[in-house]
Design a protein around this ligand. Structure first.
Ligand SMILES: [Zn+2]
Length: 138
C-alpha cells in the first residue's frame, strides 16, 4: 500500500511532491497565445512545435459566470460556474466558491484567486481522492 496522494481532476492540474499545486499551460513562442493541455500546434497562429510549458498564475479576474440551479446527484446547487482570465494569460473555467450565489454580489472583472481542494469527496476505484481547483474572491 503506497501513500495515497490525491489525483488531479484534470491533466493540467499539477501536484508537485513538495510545494503547492498549480495549473500548467502551454504558451506559443511565436504569438504568445496560452492554452491548457499539451499540444504541438498553436490554434491561433498555427505555428508547429513552438509550445513551451508554463506555470499559470493563481490570480485572475472574473470574465463571466453562470449561477447553476440544475441539480445533479451529489452536487449541491446552486453553485457558480465561472470563466476566469488569469494574470499573464490563460482563460479557464471552474467553480467560484466562498461567495453567495447571488448575481448582485458577483461582479464581472472582480479579482479572484485559485484555491485547491478535495473534489467533492469523489474517489476512484482504489479509493484515491481527487484534487480539484476552485476560484474564490481575492
Ligand atoms: Zn501561436
Amino acid at each position: 500500500m503506497t501513500e495515497s496522494r490525491p489525483l488531479p481532476v484534470v491533466d493540467y492540474l499539477k501536484i508537485p511532491e513538495k510545494g503547492e499545486p498549480y495549473l500548467e499551460g502551454y504558451r506559443c513562442k511565436k504569438c504568445g497565445a496560452i492554452f491548457l493541455g499539451e499540444r504541438n500546434v498553436c490554434s491561433k497562429c498555427f505555428a508547429r512545435n513552438e509550445m513551451e510549458v508554463i506555470k499559470l498564475s493563481d490570480n485572475g479576474k472574473l470574465h463571466s459566470f453562470a449561477i447553476v440551479y440544475r441539480s445533479f446527484p451529489g452536487i449541491d446547487v446552486p453553485y457558480v460556474s465561472a470563466i476566469v482570465d488569469l494574470e499573464g494569460g490563460g482563460t479557464i473555467k471552474g467553480n467560484l466558491i466562498n461567495i453567495d450565489p447571488d448575481p448582485d454580489k458577483i461582479k464581472f472583472d472582480m479579482p479572484v484567486k485559485l484555491t485547491y481542494g478535495d473534489a467533492l469527496g469523489r474517489k476512484d476505484k482504489e479509493g484515491n481522492s481527487y484534487l480539484s481547483y476552485f476560484f474564490e474572491p481575492a
